[in-house]
Design a protein around this ligand. Structure first.
Ligand code: MSP
Length: 503
């Protein structure tokens, strides 16, 4: 029986159209989800939109729309982006849905029952753009404007009645939890940041607002709406219907939350503290990836330096973009991307290396063996070395969430196979007997099968197109078939040009 795997992306603010940073988060989660399917896991893959809060309310006012009208419109763009990016998500949650509203109120009641919430007054700094409260030592003044030091977002002074969550009492339990679960926060450098922050002592957290009303009301006190991060984080259990009888609870706790490094504190501190306080199991891992940079800066709407994923997809192709992002940006670190590198990557790795190899070999097979996979006899040690390539280094790279290394290992493997072909010259009938040519073609076709199975999480469509030519159906793209040899005599068709060179 297959095992369950639950993976999430951040839920996006539909305050503006999605950009490459959002696409990156989602594609990377999709790659992991798809790889788990290759390993025969039953995967629940969640994404969605985070629709409450002051930021959205203000954005809607600017467009003279009600917040819900505004969210309906932009959430749809994020939903459509899932198909444009060919995400294999199994759910899309909106925080304006009833299932979410009910879950958030249920969680609040539970926390209140456990005496984790009290009413008081908040006075301090708040950033609408980050939807975050900041302490005095996190603020600096630049050109007369007070800003948060880390994000650079402007902050305003807020004084209002507020409910508080007793976060301070969870300082020690959290530190203990991080110690006992050293892999909870990844990569390692991010873990250290969080541990340092918690060790410096946590203050109770304001979890309701009264100065605007776009949010989920506090049960029995609807003058207050819940702090948008408390609302948003809960989406991860709303989607499994955690509190309902007909739930998908086999999926909670989540195996991994994929997020950007800027929202680590919410996921690795507040979220586990809420869950501990509600006596709910904690997610197994939070992975904070880096930022996609434009030049030296984070790509963001407020900086006006965004690359539109849709424009790039239209010009260069979706799978090409997915491949480039996963290979070029070290997963967990910031990465610069630019069109020149994207073109080089398409030309050298995809068109010249993998594409060319596939075409050359299948052309010979069609000519010499009528497109049928020939039998093998008397393999040399060199043949065997290539043929026996197993999945362990690829599985290891993926298990340690080194998505960039996963892709780089595939390219290295393809380069090894290319070198083998160039050395062995299966086209050279003066040098090679028919039996020898058959052996070489067999070895290369087995290798191409492996390469395209491994590429499936990265480039699903290209992989499916190629594997179709080996009669491998979509549902048969698995690691089991990576290891199972193709049948002798199998009829193989030409995949045509898989990757066009960019001039
Ligand atoms: N709504 C919150 C998340 C709530 S999750 C319970 C939010 N939304 S966001 O739309 O502002 O950002 C969503 C994700 O996109 C974040 O993880 C953020 O790090 C990521 N990115 C936004 N810009 C990015 C880059 N330039 N590069 C990579 N990812 C970045 O935060």
């Amino acid at each position: 029986m297959s095992k369950n795997f639950y993976i999430t992306t951040p839920i996006y603010y539909p305050s503006a159209k999605p950009h490459m940073g959002h696409a990156y988060s989602s594609i990377s989660a999709d790659v992991i989800a798809r790889f788990k399917r290759l390993q025969d896991y039953k995967v629940f893959f969640l994404t969605g939109t985070d629709e409450h809060g002051q930021k959205i309310q203000k954005a809607a006012e600017k467009e003279k729309k009600t917040p819900l009208e505004f969210c309906d419109q932009i959430s749809k763009i994020f939903l459509d982006l899932c198909s444009i990016l060919n995400l294999s998500n199994t759910d899309f949650i909106r925080t304006t849905e009833k299932r979410h509203y009910d879950t958030v109120q249920h969680l609040w009641n539970l926390l209140q029952k456990n005496d984790e919430i009290y009413l008081s007054k908040y006075s301090g700094w708040y950033s609408v753009s980050d939807e975050a409260f900041y302490s005095q030592d996190e603020i600096e003044e630049v050109d007369g404007i007070k800003r948060n030091i880390a994000s650079g977002s402007p902050v305003e002074w807020v004084e209002e009645e507020s409910y508080f969550f007793r976060l301070s009492k969870w300082t020690e339990p959290l530190i203990k939890f991080y110690k006992e679960n050293p892999d909870f926060i990844q990569p390692e450098s991010r873990r250290n940041e969080v541990v340092k922050f918690v060790e410096s002592g946590l203050k109770d957290l304001s979890i309701s607002r009264t100065s605007f009303n776009w949010g989920i009301p506090v049960p029995n006190d609807d003058k207050h709406i819940m702090y948008v991060w408390m609302d948003a984080l809960t989406n991860y259990i709303s989607a499994t219907n955690y509190f309902s009888k007909e739930n998908n609870n086999n999926f909670w706790p989540a195996d991994i939350h994929i997020i950007g490094k800027d929202i680590l504190r919410f996921h690795a501190v507040y979220w586990p503290a809420f869950l501990m306080a509600a006596k709910i199991n904690l997610p197994k891992k939070v992975f904070g990836h880096g930022w996609i940079l434009s030049g030296e800066e984070k790509m963001s709407k407020s900086k006006g330096n965004i690359l539109d994923p849709i424009e790039i997809i239209n010009e260069f192709g979706l799978d090409e973009l997915r491949y480039y992002l996963m290979k070029e940006v070290i997963y967990g670190q910031d990465g610069k991307i630019n069109l020149e590198n994207l073109k080089n990557c398409i030309n050298s790795d995809l068109a010249n290396n993998i594409g060319n190899l596939s075409q050359r070999i299948i052309t010979i097979l069609l000519k010499k063996f009528d497109g049928r996979l020939p039998a093998i006899k008397n393999l040399t040690q060199i043949d065997k070395n290539i043929l026996e390539t197993n999945d362990s280094k690829f599985v290891n790279a993926m298990n340690s969430l080194e998505l960039h290394n996963y892709v780089r290992q595939i390219v290295n493997f393809a380069s090894d196979v290319n070198k083998y072909v160039n050395d062995e010259e299966p086209w050279n009938i003066k040098r090679n007997s028919n039996e020898r040519i058959a052996n070489i073609l067999y070895v290369v076709i087995e290798s191409l099968k492996k390469i395209f199975i491994l590429l499936h999480p990265i480039m699903p469509e290209k992989s499916e197109n190629f594997l179709k030519c080996l009669s491998i159906k979509k549902e048969d793209i698995t690691l089991v078939n990576f290891n199972k040899k193709l049948e002798i005599g199998l009829e193989i068709t030409s995949p045509g040009i898989l990757f066009k060179k960019i001039l």
